[in-house]
Design a protein around this ligand. Structure first.
Ligand code: NAD
Length: 310
């Protein structure tokens, strides 16, 4: 297992570091960072993720707040909940669990979150800063940042290397490509309009492949340059009659094939997955620290008023 990256271990280390920061803030200011999680509707997977996030907060001493809205909630109702948390002095991070029901404009809701509390990093201002040279966002999306932290902590160089990102979603592929670019990789993005043979040829040139297509075992061993790093974001359920649940999770890379060629590879589960929540906790603790030290002040209209201050 020499080339398999242990995402659980790296995530545990980040949680430990975060717990230490939270304890330090509590000792110094008598307050802890707080995370508000907004969920709309009854999707089982979303509810599971939200439960995991709240439990993870407890484990590192972050206070968690929640709002559970029904499927029938209107956009104005969701915006009102967000505005409430924007103004709440004990909330330093706000996360809206995606996807939202179809009748709600996701971008309007994400854009209404205070930039200073946007721990998921999906606010257009934070994404814009991620894209710009010489600028840094206050928060970077958790899953793509988790991929970078894995690379960095495993000693895999990024600067000057060739990277291919498979997928260009707003929450994973696109920010992952922006992050790699910021760290001086030469970045290629392939997506659903890219002919498979082209995607394969481009991946074969890459020192780093980030697979985030949501397609089970899309990236085969033949796509991987010997020694390259494969970071597999995909979590796809496939039938498995040997499991009590009837399914198991596989990544967007064919693990056994790619492992035989790659210099390093993340497993699914146990690779990128645990990093997402660990980074969310870290983002929240960082935000709490900014608020408690007075580096960022609460503002109910931060997306206008806060701009110059960031
Ligand atoms: P998405 O469906 O929003 O986007 C998929 C992207 O892949 C699109 O840009 C699409 O163009 C591209 N794509 C689809 N088929 C392709 C193909 N054959 N070749 C190349 N590109 C292709 O998905 P997402 O939200 O970005 O998530 C991607 C995967 O990552 C999913 O399996 C999801 O479950 C998983 N995920 C995991 C975590 C985690 O914490 N581990 C977090 C978010 C998403």
């Amino acid at each position: 297992n020499g080339n398999v990256i242990d995402g659980k271990a790296v995530a545990a280390k980040i949680r430990e570091e975060t717990a230490a920061k939270v304890a330090e803030l509590k000792a110094k200011y008598g307050k802890v960072p707080g995370l508000a999680v907004v969920i709309v509707g009854e999707r089982k997977d979303s509810q599971t993720y939200v439960r995991m996030k709240k439990k993870a907060c407890e484990e590192v001493g972050i206070a968690s707040f929640g709002a559970d809205l029904p499927d029938t909630a209107t956009q104005d109702e969701v915006l009102a909940v967000v505005a409430g948390f924007n103004a709440h002095p004990d909330v330093h991070g706000i996360l809206v669990q995606l996807p939202l029901p179809k009748h709600i404009d996701e971008q309007a809701v994400l854009g209404a979150i205070s930039v200073e509390k946007d721990v998921d990093g999906f606010h257009p201002l934070n994404i814009g800063r991620l894209a710009m040279k010489g600028r840094e966002p206050l928060f970077t999306p958790c899953t793509p940042l988790g991929c970078m932290v894995l690379l960095e902590r495993c000693g895999i160089p990024i600067k000057g290397k060739r990277a291919v990102v498979v997928g260009r979603s707003n929450i994973v592929g696109m920010p992952a490509a922006l992050l790699l670019n910021k760290r001086d990789a030469a970045v290629t993005v392939v997506h659903s309009a890219t002919p498979k043979a082209d995607a394969e040829a481009m991946c074969r040139q890459a020192d780093i492949i980030i697979a985030a297509a949501g397609q089970a075992q899309l990236v085969r061993g033949s796509w991987v340059k010997p020694g390259a790093a494969v970071i597999d974001v995909g979590t796809n359920p496939i039938d498995d009659k040997t499991k009590a649940s009837g399914y198991r999770l596989v990544g967007d890379a064919h693990f056994e094939e790619c492992k035989a060629v790659a210099g390093a590879i993340t497993p699914v589960p146990g690779g990128v997955g645990p990093m997402t929540i660990a980074i969310l906790l870290r983002n929240t603790a960082d935000s709490g620290e900014r608020f408690l030290t007075g580096t960022v002040k609460v503002s109910s209209k931060p997306q206008r008023k806060g701009l110059a201050r960031l």
